[in-house]
Design a protein around this ligand. Structure first.
Ligand code: DGY
Length: 323
């Protein structure tokens, strides 16, 4: 039994919580649907040895000052831009994430967005519900083919590769850019490496973003990059909202410089209901649900929990980011 308390910042899968209760002397779970504020997080983490966090929780010096007994931050996400990793590392606080369990599920959603925005799935459904399905007409809701189109993948990690695997089934021409070549992906998926981002953008009917949010990917897609895209092309973002300059995207969509966007992540996030992006018919927005399947969220919860347990027992963590 780990002699200490773990704070879990949201209700997670029951069996993951049960596993924590087997191992920790005390398990405290945030009870509300809304995330704790930074002050509430600090208050509840104080005195804990471990915290299981979500992407909405900021882990920084202020939190660690308020909770100096915390030895591990187990983030329930593959991305960990909500965690100040350098500060954690400087204080010997271990940090973990949940890779290799959510890639396929997130790739499913990237594809869903691609299909939805190219074929007007959401807008035509809304129109039908509004009673506007008059007669069938050969020119009604014409969209763009996904099959046979060219796909530009920005970031060929686990999720990018999972998107590429799906794209093969749609007979898409797959190109990608990444920090380094992925020769296995090239051989297995027929993906072509294009080192220059703008060249990739110019050659793609669909651009799908799969990079982590870091200082170098912040606003990676700005006005110049959007201008490099084809006017018939779609931008799909299931990575992080801040990878795209929202104002530049809005301007490009309004001016018809690109055909549309499918966004599971936005900046700001959550996006306010009166945000101008939401008034555009060629944009589909989902509320950061890339990994949100029952099975995958359970796997993520179990992994986060096993990371917290291992760290507190002094054992190797299944997926350590730092420490
Ligand atoms: C992640 O894992 O980083 C997702 O964005 C949250 O599921």
């Amino acid at each position: 039994m780990i002699d200490g308390r773990v704070f879990v910042t949201r209700e997670i899968a029951p069996d993951a919580l049960a596993r924590l209760r087997e191992e920790f002397a005390e398990v405290d779970v945030w009870e509300a649907f809304e995330p704790p504020t930074p002050e509430q997080l600090a208050e509840r983490a104080a005195g804990c040895v471990a915290v299981v966090t979500m992407i909405t929780d900021r882990v920084d010096a202020a939190l660690l000052n308020a909770a100096p007994t915390v030895r591990v931050v187990a983030n329930m996400a593959v991305g960990y831009n909500n965690v100040d990793v350098a500060t954690c590392s400087g204080r010997d606080v271990l940090v973990s994430n949940t890779p290799n369990v959510l890639e396929e599920t997130t790739a499913d959603l990237a594809f869903a967005l691609m299909l939805a925005v190219a074929r007007h799935v959401v807008a035509s459904d809304a129109d039908t519900r509004a009673g506007n399905w008059g007669l069938w007409h050969p020119a009604l809701w014409l969209g763009r083919d996904v099959w046979g189109a060219s796909l530009g993948i920005v970031g060929m990690g686990g999720i990018g590769s999972a998107v590429a695997r799906r794209a093969r089934g749609f007979d898409m021409r797959i190109r990608y850019t990444a920090n380094s070549r992925r020769t296995e992906a090239e051989a297995a998926l027929g993906a072509e490496f294009v080192p220059d981002l703008r060249e990739l953008l110019a050659a793609s009917d669909f651009v799908s973003l799969h990079v982590p949010l870091t200082a170098s990917t912040h606003n990676l897609i700005g006005a110049a990059e959007l201008a490099a895209m084809r006017p018939t092309a779609f931008l799909i973002n299931t990575s992080r909202g801040d990878v795209v300059d929202t104002e530049a995207l809005l301007a490009a969509l309004r001016a018809g410089r690109i055909a549309g966007a499918g966004l599971d992540v936005t900046a700001p996030e959550p996006i306010p209901a009166d945000h101008p992006l939401l008034s555009l018919p060629n944009v589909v927005v989902t509320p950061h649900i890339g990994s949100a399947s029952f099975a995958t969220r359970r796997r993520m919860a179990m992994m986060a929990v096993e990371n917290a347990i291992a760290a507190c027992k002094g054992e190797p963590m299944p997926s350590r980011v730092v420490g």
